[in-house]
Design a protein around this ligand. Structure first.
Ligand SMILES: [Zn+2]
Ligand SMILES: [Zn+2]
Ligand SMILES: [Zn+2]
Ligand SMILES: [Zn+2]
Length: 231
């Protein structure tokens, strides 16, 4: 429904037909500013002077858009510098006289070619950008891959260092406990006062060392552990 209404609104009718039987227009004369049906168009198509000086367009509503607002003359040329339609007076006398002026059909062709070229250039640019985007994505993925490999290596190294240090702490403490037991036993078995007192200093050191081992506190950081945990 709205489609047909739109179509009806867009149909340009002949301005020369009687109102009772207005036919659809075939062309619009820019100079006369009227639209004409096939029949009423004949004069424009067969009279040489009209053919030369009355430019025809596809049917359209003109509303005074075909006359130069400055000179009141028919707009016949296109100024490529200002991208605007101008009349003959504009073209030869006024502000456009040094500008790049074309007839409508030449301007249309040239601008179409320009548009095509721009479209192609834009397409090439878009293609290039897509290619470089893909390249960038690939290289970023590779970077992330490489750095995660390094991270995993680093974490594995830290784990190995920690395990080694736990192991060495444990064995060091086992050694010190065993040593203290041995030297305590030796001291307890010593009956001679002097020899007992001579060895006591060492026994005391061994015992203190063994007492320092407190597994409830967790293993005190050994040298290696201290190094990496303080970094
Ligand atoms: Zn007509
Ligand atoms: Zn005309
Ligand atoms: Zn003008
Ligand atoms: Zn101009």
């Amino acid at each position: 429904m709205s489609d047909t209404m739109q179509k009806e609104q867009q149909v340009i009718l002949c301005d020369m037909c009687t109102e009772e039987d207005q036919k659809p227009a075939r062309k619009t004369c820019m100079k006369c500013e009227i639209s004409m049906c096939v029949l009423h168009l004949q004069a424009h198509l067969t009279t040489p002077v009209l053919l030369q000086t009355h430019p025809l367009t596809e049917p359209m509503t003109l509303c005074g858009t075909t006359k130069c607002p400055l000179h009141g003359k028919l707009l016949e040329y296109y100024c490529l510098d200002d991208l605007t339609c101008v009349c003959v007076s504009c073209a030869i006398e006024d502000q456009h006289r040094l500008h790049n002026m074309k007839t409508f059909s030449t301007a249309h062709n040239e601008l179409m070619e320009k548009l095509d070229a721009e479209q192609q250039a834009l397409q090439v640019k878009t293609d290039d950008e897509n290619v470089s985007l893909e390249k960038w994505e690939k290289s970023e993925r590779e970077k992330v891959g490489r750095s995660s490999v390094r991270l995993i290596e680093g974490v594995t190294n830290l784990r190995d260092i920690a395990l080694t240090s736990v192991q060495s702490s444990v064995s060091a403490r086992m050694v010190s406990i065993k040593t203290s037991k041995t030297s305590m036993q030796a001291a307890q078995n010593e009956k001679d006062n002097f020899r007992f007192l001579q060895m006591y200093s060492q026994v005391h050191q061994d015992v203190e060392k063994a007492k320092a081992v407190d597994l409830r506190k967790g293993l005190q950081p050994g040298t290696i552990v201290t190094n990496w945990s303080r970094r």
